[in-house]
Design a protein around this ligand. Structure first.
Ligand SMILES: Nc1ncnc2c1ncn2[C@@H]1O[C@H](COP(=O)(O)OP(=O)(O)OP(=O)(O)O)[C@@H](O)[C@H]1O
Ligand SMILES: [Mg+2]
Length: 340
């Protein structure tokens, strides 16, 4: 086993679009990366080496670990206990799991994530377990503690009556309640933490804070804020949020800008983030290059590109042929770059 240790520098748990783009970034820099997914036709498997297996199976992860120097993932939903067991099976150093197993566990439960912010004094909506929602008052927001994405697992509650009605229909033990924020806009910042923050010389790098407009809880538009001061403050708050959860690697931090000009942390993802895809074309380092070089322990700074705007286009009923849309973009917006 030991002799295979350096076959790959980076193993990525998952084979979706984020793993694919990370693999492609690794390849262009000459870093060897491999993905793990059950599907031999996964987006990542289409562009590079892959191992077949479940990201939730410790034995599959252990097999991957035996071939890699570092392990990272493309979503935060793998249980910490699964990764610990895999490390045990493969005799893999837990410190070589990026962004760190404890950090992953803090983030994957949205309630412990909020509590980490509160303990560290990072501005964030107040949150309690869902059964205690009345303590916050209404309106408030209920969220699934585990596994939420694209608004699946987010319920807005306007009154005590609505809450009582929901309680009688739904098991809420794995849900949290938090203050509803009156925000004027949402922002996202990609942060790189280059060494574990337990060491005193932790170094934090950021991509520029961007406005993210959501449509039906899905990120629709991304563009730079007009106010440079807000951009700078958002980057500082995002770094404080990453410090609060510890760990090393690339993090996508989602923020609220309130009416009174306060910046609050909504949530974070310990991986590349859909708001950062524009960095593929902005002329500076991309979030995927940053992710791969951070995991490999090589990053030292982030070269910025030009201010860039991005639209996120999702498939929907009646959308017709993708190629007809692509040809219109190419014809009418030759300055635009497409990423599929
Ligand atoms: N406390 C809040 N107050 C007001 N609006 C909120 C609050 N929390 C979430 N929202 C709105 O709901 C959206 C989805 O919430 P959140 O980002 O927490 O969930 P998610 O489903 O995990 O999202 P993602 O797709 O980013 O993983 C936010 O982008 C924001 O527009
Ligand atoms: Mg979100």
């Amino acid at each position: 086993m030991e002799s295979h240790r350096n076959e790959f520098q980076i193993g990525i748990l998952g084979g979706g679009q984020l793993a694919r783009m990370s693999m492609m970034a690794a390849q262009r820099m000459g870093l060897k990366a491999i993905s793990l997914d059950e599907d031999s036709q996964s987006p990542a498997a289409q562009v590079g080496p892959f191992q077949l297996g479940s990201i939730h199976n410790p034995e599959s992860i252990a097999q991957l670990m035996a071939r890699c120097e570092k392990i990272t993932f493309e979503n935060e939903f793998i249980r910490g206990s699964t990764i610990r067991e895999a490390c045990h099976l493969a005799k893999f150093n837990q410190a070589d799991v990026i962004p760190g197993i404890e950090c992953l566990e803090t983030i994957q439960d949205k309630l412990t994530q909020r509590q980490a912010y509160e303990r560290a004094g990072v501005p964030s909506p107040k949150a309690v377990s869902a059964m205690r929602a009345s303590e916050l008052g209404f309106p408030c927001v209920l969220k699934a503690r585990y596994g939420g994405y694209d608004g699946k697992g987010t319920i807005f509650i306007n009154s005590p009556e609505e809450f009582e009605a929901l309680k009688s229909q739904k098991e809420l033990s794995d849900w949290l309640a938090e203050e509803k924020v009156k925000f004027v806009s949402e922002l996202a910042v990609m942060v790189v933490s280059t060494i574990p923050i337990t060491q005193s010389h932790g170094r934090f790098l950021t991509f520029p804070a961007m406005v993210t407009e959501q449509k039906n809880y899905v990120c629709d538009l991304v563009y730079p804020p007009s106010d440079k001061n807000i951009q700078k403050r958002a980057e500082e708050v995002a770094i404080s949020a990453v410090k609060a959860v510890g760990g090393v690697g690339l993090f996508g931090v989602e923020l609220f800008l309130t009416e009174s000009g306060e910046i609050l942390v909504n949530e974070m993802a310990p991986r590349p983030h859909n708001s950062g895809h524009y960095t593929l074309d902005w002329g500076g380092i991309s979030q995927f290059e940053a992710h791969m070089t951070t995991v490999a322990g090589l990053i030292s700074h982030i070269t910025h590109g030009s201010p860039t705007c991005m639209a996120n286009i999702l498939g929907c009923d009646g959308a017709n042929d993708y190629l007809s849309g692509l040809s219109k973009v190419i014809k009418h917006h030759p300055e635009a770059r497409m990423q599929w």
